[in-house]
Design a protein around this ligand. Structure first.
Ligand code: 0X9
Ligand code: ZN
Ligand code: ZN
Length: 423
């Protein structure tokens, strides 16, 4: 009898742990709401700081995408009705999207790697190990630092010869943007294995520095606990909310012009101080140490299909605005010319999206003199948002390669790939 009780008790504990394991989004909906001005956008952002019940997926110039707990739907409707804001359902059940995203899992397990499903951090690390073992003469491991929870932040350098112009790629700074690291790992593989002449030129005549998952803690958390997590995982003193928006944490016009939030519960919380997040400090220190070797800085994000140049913290235009737009246009045109016909737009971050201060591309541009610095928001424009179906990974990667080839070619033409350092 005692034994049976013990078994039942441990079963109950196991069940409790099992249930507490993953945040569920049953019948959570995402709405697309047309907003008329900044005040309306700010109000929706305010509503979204109730992070148990709301979550901002996107807050652009014309529309806001907001996820809502079905029980709080009335709060949102009261507001949109009173201001007669057009509102339509974008996702009717977030949990079923999440479940659908995992459904291809049965076809291959965590130990093999590919681009027909999404993988956890351990598999991405194993992929990198494998790449280093296969290509020891042209790759080197760059461990840029350690996360708040003690994970290694890994990067890879691909260099076929000395004296190449450098391209840095920061990816998955936002935890839930899984398509970014899927694309970064695909790109690494492609640069090493493609036999396409254009890709070989891209690979062998440029030095690549790629960090596939920068926000390692947040990314691990999206796999174990909450698919919709965006921020870091460092607790904030005197707040029950966890983490900062790492893309508001760089030391460049930090917190200026309402480009970030001081509220720890906001998805755009800037952190307690510039570089308060160890992951961002690590990336910044590493980039600063090689800045003379870098001609291009790209930060991979999703979603919206847009290339964003500096500045995000001010509406002023950067001095090489025309060149920035020319390379962005080259990327967008190349993508659109593929059979998928995917449309990318482009502009400055503040002009084409919203004010955001302390972001990677502004810091790289203004503080490290990397004159071609972009944020690229990948697929899609809101059908699936962050939960882009795995079937789209490969087409999306193909597009990214076409875009990059055109971008780099235009950059070269405009004289941005001259090597800045001497041996
Ligand atoms: O808000 C962000 O950090 C980026 N969008 S996302 O939906 N991936 O979160 C855009 C940042 C663009 N602004 C700057 N780079 N300044
Ligand atoms: Zn300033
Ligand atoms: Zn992002």
């Amino acid at each position: 009898m005692k034994n049976l009780l013990w078994v039942l008790a441990s079963l109950a504990v196991l069940l409790a742990i099992g249930c507490a394991e993953k945040v569920r989004y049953d019948n959570f909906k995402v709405f697309k709401i047309k907003t008329k001005n900044v005040e309306q956008r700010k109000w929706l952002e305010q509503l979204a700081s109730d992070s148990e019940n709301f979550n901002l997926w996107h807050s652009g110039k014309e529309e806001v995408h907001i996820m809502v707990n079905p029980q709080k739907l009335i709060n949102l409707q009261n507001y949109t009705r009173s201001y007669s804001l057009p509102m339509e359902v974008m996702v009717s059940n977030v949990q079923s999207l999440i479940d659908g995203e995992q459904s291809t899992r049965s076809t291959d397990d965590d130990s093999s790697f590919g681009w027909t499903r999404y993988y956890p951090l351990s598999a991405i690390e194993a992929f990198l190990d494998d790449i280093h073992a296969k290509y020891p003469s042209v790759t080197s491991a760059i461990d840029i630092g350690t996360s708040y929870e003690g994970r290694k932040i890994r990067g890879i350098k691909i260099s076929y010869k000395e004296g190449n112009p450098g391209i840095f790629i920061e990816s998955n700074i936002h935890a839930r943007e899984w398509i970014t690291s899927a694309t970064a790992t695909w790109l690494i593989n492609e640069l090493l294995t493609s036999t396409d002449e254009k890709v070989r030129n891209l690979a062998e005549n440029h030095d690549w520095y790629i960090v596939p998952v920068l926000n390692v803690d947040g990314f691990a958390y999206t796999h174990t606990t909450d698919r919709m997590w965006r921020k870091t995982r460092q607790p904030v003193n005197f707040s029950s909310c966890i983490g900062a928006d790492p893309n508001r944490n760089y030391d460049s016009h930090w917190m200026e012009n309402n480009g970030a939030s001081a509220n720890p519960c906001s998805e755009t919380y800037a952190g307690t101080s510039p570089f308060s997040e160890p992951e961002i400090k690590a990336l910044a220190d590493y980039v600063a140490s090689i800045k003379d070797r870098l001609n291009i800085m790209l930060a991979f994000h999703s979603y919206s299909q847009v290339l964003l140049s500096p500045y995000g913290w001010t509406a002023d235009l950067p001095s090489n605005f025309d060149d920035l737009m020319a390379v962005a246009k080259a990327y967008a045109d190349a993508v659109e010319s593929l059979p998928y016909g995917t449309v990318y737009t482009y502009g400055t971050s503040s002009g084409a999206m919203y004010f955001a201060s302390g972001a990677t591309n502004d810091w790289a541009y203004s503080e490290q003199d990397i004159l071609l610095s972009f944020t690229i928001e990948f697929r899609d424009t809101g059908r699936y948002g962050f939960i882009l179906p795995p079937i789209q990974i490969l087409p999306h990667c193909e597009e990214t390669m076409a875009g990059l080839l055109a971008f780099v070619e235009k950059a070269d033409e405009l004289g941005y790939l001259n090597v800045k350092y001497t041996f």
